[in-house]
Design a binder for this molecule. Structure first.
Ligand code: GLU
Length: 305
C-alpha cells in the first residue's frame, strides 16, 4: 500500500461524511435525471497503481471534459496552426458567453469554453472522415478500452435546448471562423459532450498527459512532450470556467470539469485523478469534487506549485 491509497481512502470517507450542497445541471433536461448523491474517485499513478472508491465504475456524462480530448486530437492533426483559430487566454466570462466574440472577431479566447470547443469541432469535422467514430477511436487508443461511447439521449436532450450554442456557432461562422455547416458542427459538438466514462476510464485515458518518461515506457504516442505540456497549461488557466484561479489556488493541478459533475486532474509527473459528484456549485463545478481535490493535494503535498 502506498501513501496515495490511504490518503485517497481517508479523503473519500471525509468527503462522503461532509456536506453535499448545490444542484445537478438541469439546463440539459436529461442530466437532471441523475442521482445527485453519487460520489466516485479514482487515481492512476505513474507506477501503474490504481485505486478507486465509491461510484468510480459508474458511467457519467463527461460533458466539457471531452473538450480536452477533442482539443488533443485536433492538436495532434493540425499542429500549431490550430492557434490561428482559437486563443489560449482565460476568458474571465461564463463558459457559454457570446460577448467577447464581437471584440475578438470570432476567435474564441480558448478551446475549453463552448465557443472554442465549437471551433475545434469544426476543425475535426473538416479533417476526419467520420468525426464521431474517429473521436471514439482516438479515446479508445488512449486507454485500450473498447466500451466507451456516447449517450444519444443526452445528446438529443442538449440539442433540443442548445439555442445558445447554436447562436455561438452561427456568430463565429459570420466572422469566417467556421468552415462547415453549423448543423453538422453542432451535431458533432453535442455528441462529443454526451460522451460517457467512469472515473476509472478517465484516469486511464488522461495518462497521455503525464510525464514523457511514463509515456515512452508505455509507447504512448498520443502527443509529444511539448504538446502535452501545452494542453496541461491550458487546463491550468482555463479548465474551471470562471473558477479556474480558485482551482489553481486551492488544488494546484491542471484539470478540467464538466457540468455532469466530473473533474479530471493531472499531476504531470505523478498521476491522474478523477472525481465525480453531480451537485454543482454556483460556478458550475462539482461541489464535492473541488473539496475532495483540495483536501487530497494538501494531504499528499502534490500541488505542482
Ligand atoms: N455540453 C455542455 C454545453 O455546451 C457542456 C458544458 C460544460 O460541461 O461545461 O453547455
Amino acid at each position: 500500500m502506498d501513501d496515495f491509497e490511504k490518503i485517497i481512502r481517508d479523503t473519500y470517507n471525509d468527503i462522503c461524511n461532509g456536506k453535499n450542497i448545490g444542484n445537478v445541471a438541469d439546463y440539459i433536461p436529461e442530466l437532471s435525471c441523475v442521482d445527485p448523491d453519487q460520489l466516485g474517485v479514482h487515481i492512476h499513478t505513474i507506477e501503474g497503481n490504481s485505486y478507486g472508491y465509491g461510484d468510480y465504475q459508474t458511467k457519467f456524462s463527461v460533458q466539457s471534459i471531452a473538450k480536452v480530448l477533442s482539443l488533443s486530437l485536433a492538436y495532434q492533426i493540425e499542429g500549431d496552426a490550430i492557434w490561428k483559430r482559437v486563443g489560449v487566454e482565460p476568458s474571465g466570462n461564463p463558459y457559454n458567453s457570446l460577448v467577447q466574440l464581437e471584440d475578438d472577431e470570432g476567435i474564441p479566447r480558448n478551446p475549453l469554453i463552448n465557443a472554442g470547443a465549437i471551433v475545434v469541432c469544426d476543425i475535426l469535422v473538416s479533417r476526419l472522415e467520420d468525426p464521431k467514430a474517429d473521436f471514439l477511436d482516438f479515446i479508445q487508443d488512449c486507454c485500450g478500452a473498447r466500451n466507451i461511447g456516447y449517450n444519444n439521449k443526452v445528446a438529443d436532450s442538449e440539442k433540443s435546448v442548445g439555442y445558445r450554442n447554436v447562436a455561438l456557432c452561427n456568430y463565429i461562422k459570420s466572422f469566417g471562423n467556421i468552415e462547415n455547416e453549423p448543423d453538422e458542427v453542432l451535431d458533432f459538438y453535442f455528441t462529443m459532450c454526451s460522451l460517457e466514462m467512469t472515473c476509472e476510464e478517465l484516469t486511464s485515458v488522461f495518462m497521455f498527459l503525464v510525464s514523457s518518461k511514463y509515456r515512452s515506457q508505455q509507447n504512448n504516442k498520443i502527443l509529444n512532450e511539448t504538446k502535452a505540456n501545452r494542453i496541461n497549461a491550458i487546463m491550468q488557466v482555463c479548465g474551471f470556467y470562471d473558477e479556474s484561479g480558485e482551482f489553481s489556488f486551492k488544488v494546484g493541478l491542471p484539470g478540467k470539469s464538466g457540468v455532469g459533475g466530473g473533474i479530471i486532474a493531472v499531476h504531470p509527473e505523478k498521476y491522474t485523478i478523477a472525481v465525480w459528484s453531480p451537485r454543482l456549485n454556483k460556478k458550475g463545478n462539482s461541489y464535492r469534487g473541488m473539496k475532495f481535490l483540495e483536501q487530497f493535494t494538501s494531504a499528499t503535498d502534490s500541488s505542482i506549485f
